[in-house]
Design a protein around this ligand. Structure first.
Ligand SMILES: [Zn+2]
Length: 316
């Protein structure tokens, strides 16, 4: 049996939406909570809504000048301001000042960030590492309490790579990635599911704050290991589409030799990696600007130790 991890009560919680301005579940819910935050109140804390990228949200665009969710690197957050830098770089520093600073004792305890994907990923819970025990416990609580959602856990960082997303400003962070939903569209079913995810996470934190020890468990996660680009013609245009047999098969195993793409003259282009993989973000609209066809993950099992809150006692 591994020893329980003991953490201080979680008091500072933010729920962000509109980090990408055309992902409408988060935009719509956060706008609602900015008018009426009753749903974010718990006995032990009250979460704060954050409309992360107001300029992009106003225009219903993913970003205004630069992808905000790639701007939370240490380099950007702690560099000095200059006149001609993109809006999102300035906005990332502002968010870091209020909800961070990243890596400091003053940083928010937990930041949730609400996203939509055009992929058939259902309910995807995104964390930054397999060592993030609080996040894994929250994800496990969601999996247990919302089994109909069949939530999957995706670890977005490759080993040793730098954090760059909005939740990394907090001491802990989870992004909810729900789909499929077209950009700029509000689907009622997905909006309701997003709301239930936030509710469930806040309920979990509230329980944890009451010093309830939560037992150990094992869980499967999808760990990012790379990505695959679309085949390109010599002039840089996409020359093959995601193969119909791969479309919508996020989290399903893809073996070397299985069809990955279909060229415009109907030739099957197989997956050429050496190992079987689990693709996610298959045919994501927002990744076309980088010619990314899908993200490559491996499925691993993680052992998570028990967790409890010190509730006023000193944390380990
Ligand atoms: Zn997004």
């Amino acid at each position: 049996m591994s020893e329980a991890i003991s953490i201080n009560p979680i008091k500072l919680v933010a729920v962000a939406g509109g980090t990408h301005g055309n992902e409408m579940s988060g935009v719509t819910l956060v706008r609602h909570w900015l008018r009426d935050s009753t749903e974010l109140v718990r006995e032990t804390f009250t979460a704060v809504p954050l409309l992360a990228n107001p300029k992009a949200t106003e225009k219903c665009m993913r970003y205004y000048e630069k992808d905000l969710n790639r701007c939370f690197t240490m380099d950007i957050l702690f560099s000095s301001e200059s006149e001609d830098e993109p809006y999102e770089v300035k906005r990332a520093r502002e968010i870091n000042r209020v909800f961070g600073p990243r890596g400091s004792l003053n940083a928010y305890d937990l930041i949730l960030d609400l996203h939509n994907t055009t992929c058939n990923m259902g309910v995807c819970l995104i964390i930054s590492g397999t060592h993030k025990h609080l996040e894994l416990h929250a994800c496990h609580y969601i999996q247990t309490h919302l089994p109909n959602f069949n939530p999957q856990i995706y670890v977005y960082t490759e080993h040793g790579s730098e954090l760059y997303d909005l939740p990394s400003v907090g001491k802990a962070g989870i992004s909810f990635e729900l789909g499929p939903q077209p950009q700029g569209v509000i689907r009622g079913d997905i909006l309701q599911n997003m709301k239930k995810l936030v509710k469930s996470t806040l309920d979990f934190i509230n329980q944890l704050n009451q010093a309830i020890e939560i037992p150990a468990f094992q869980v499967d996660v999808f760990q990012r290991v790379g990505h695959v680009q679309f085949p390109l013609s010599p002039d840089g245009e996409i020359s093959a589409v995601v193969h119909p047999s791969l479309q919508d098969k996020d989290y399903s195993i893809l073996h070397p030799g299985d069809p990955a793409f279909l060229s415009l003259d109907n030739k099957i282009i197989p997956y050429t990696g050496e190992q079987p993989i689990y693709p996610v973000f298959i045919n994501e609209a927002a990744y076309y600007e980088k010619n990314i066809a899908f993200i490559v993950t491996k499925k691993i099992q993680v052992s998570v130790p028990p967790l409890s809150s010190t509730k006023g006692k000193s944390a380990l």
